[in-house]
Design a binder for this molecule. Structure first.
Ligand SMILES: Nc1ncnc2c1ncn2[C@@H]1O[C@H](COP(=O)(O)OP(=O)(O)OP(=O)(O)O)[C@@H](O)[C@H]1O
Ligand SMILES: [Mg+2]
Length: 423
């Protein structure tokens, strides 16, 4: 077993990246065939890491050039084109053409690409694009990329966050202008994907699902040119291997039984949770000057650390993404459904869903009934719940325990409530 460096709080590649051989092979093959991909997975499954590692390997192997664009902080289609332009500066055969496409704006930006002031380039590019011209400028940038000698893999991370932001107002209601703007952006992306099939390969990914958002807006057909790839949790063998490799690097004696107990606790082996658990255990034992982990240590750290303040900080991140997708009323509904399941041993029976469906009709803050089917669709897509019988159950033991610890204490299950007032 070779050692594996511990992950920080961000994405990993190289000597911090573990496994995912099958997915990397599939993506390598798709890139070679010019197949565009929509990478989907629950939160923290390692989407960004997988794409980063793929790009790293493609660069090392030399037959492709790669562009990684993070759209998390982007607000409009024009901003997105600016980011694609800025990140394309490393593609040698494209940058001069991109600069030329922006005419005078970039005339004063000289010098070697790796010494450029990126903030300055971004501001200048932004000044050269507006709502009326973003498509033309976007075409220019992509034509420049397509003209590069080697084909380019263009990865757009967090596109669903941008789409969600463009689509909805402060109350998380879909605006007709937003719908039109998203329609235009996705049509453009689709055109680029089709027109430059041999020269630009697109990989989309994001920490919220694109499909549920497009479904909310009735724009699902836009995802058609992308072949989905669903990134699954690790199986137990892989997670055990990752824990062993981390333990070796850190000089920790972590017996098989202890590693198995860690997997049992997590139930769903999301790489981030596996890493987080290891890190908490390793640190806890270091503070006690010990280098040997027992089953009791695993249990203690699970309760005190994973379910404690540090773990709860991770949960904040989950909740904020849910709010982003579902809006205020939808989030309240999700909160009730998940807590209902958490206090009921992780199971959400059909009878409870039916009771809530009745309630949600009446307590929407914004006067609109909460579409419970849509809330469940997002919860399933984001990996909180999976169908079981005619109801649902929590997928992850950790999320279930987190949710119970945070929201379950004063919660009264729906069937024990009198009347049908708010949850
Ligand atoms: N292949 C891997 N090998 C080792 N650790 C991994 C791997 N993939 C993910 N991780 C762990 O998961 C964490 C999150 O990874 P990453 O940011 O790539 O996930 P993500 O799915 O993009 O998350 P988000 O949903 O927030 O966008 C990393 O910091 C790392 O600890
Ligand atoms: Mg990510």
């Amino acid at each position: 077993m070779t050692g594996l460096k511990k992950a920080g709080s961000n994405w990993v590649d190289g000597d911090r990246f573990f496994d995912r051989h099958a997915e990397l092979n599939v993506l390598m093959e798709r890139v070679q065939n010019g197949t565009h991909t929509l990478l989907t997975a629950q939160r923290r499954m390692g989407k960004t890491s997988l794409v980063r590692e793929l790009l790293r390997r493609l660069e090392a192997e030399g037959s492709f050039e790669t562009v990684f664009v993070d759209l998390e902080d982007v607000r409009t289609a024009a901003d997105a084109v600016v980011e694609i332009g800025v990140e394309s500066r490393h593609v040698h055969g494209a940058w001069d053409r991109i600069k030329a496409g922006f005419g005078n704006v970039l005339r004063t930006v000289e010098g070697r690409v790796d010494t450029l002031d990126i903030g300055e380039v971004r501001v200048k590019l932004r000044a050269g694009i507006d709502h009326g011209t973003w498509r033309q400028k976007g075409d220019d940038v992509c034509a420049a990329l397509a003209n590069n000698e080697r084909p380019v893999v263009l990865a757009l991370d967090e596109l669903p966050i941008l789409v969600n932001r463009m689509l909805k107002d402060h109350d998380h209601q879909i605006m007709s202008q937003g719908k039109q703007d998203v329609d235009e952006l996705l049509s453009w992306l689709r055109k680029i994907g089709q027109e430059y099939r041999e020269k630009i390969c697109l990989i989309l990914s994001g920490s919220i699902g694109l499909e549920p958002i497009l479904h909310q807006a009735g724009l699902s057909a836009h995802a058609n040119i992308f072949s989905p790839l669903d990134l699954k949790p690790w199986d137990e063998k892989t997670a055990l291997g990752c824990l062993a490799a981390l333990a070796e690097t850190c000089g920790l004696d972590l017996p098989l039984a202890a590693r198995q107990q860690m997997c049992r606790r997590l139930r769903c082996l999301v790489p981030h949770h596996v890493q987080r658990f290891f890190d908490s255990l390793d640190e806890d034992l270091r503070l006690d000057s010990r280098r040997q982990a027992s089953l009791e240590d695993v249990e203690r750290v699970y309760t005190s650390e994973m379910l404690g303040i540090r773990g709860q900080a991770d949960l904040d991140h989950y909740e904020s993404r849910l709010k982003l997708v579902l809006g205020r009323d939808g989030y309240r509904a999700a909160l009730s459904l998940l807590t209902e399941a958490a206090v009921n041993d992780g199971v959400l029976p059909r009878a409870a869903i039916d009771r809530y469906t009745e309630q949600f009709r009446t307590w929407a803050v914004t006067d609109r009934p909460v579409p419970i089917g849509e809330v469940l669709r997002v919860l399933e897509h984001d990996g909180y719940l999976e169908p079981r019988g005619d109801g649902y159950r929590f997928v992850s033991g950790l999320l279930e325990d987190w949710w119970r610890a945070r929201h379950g204490r004063h919660f009264i299950p729906v069937e024990r409530r009198s009347g049908l007032q708010g949850a």
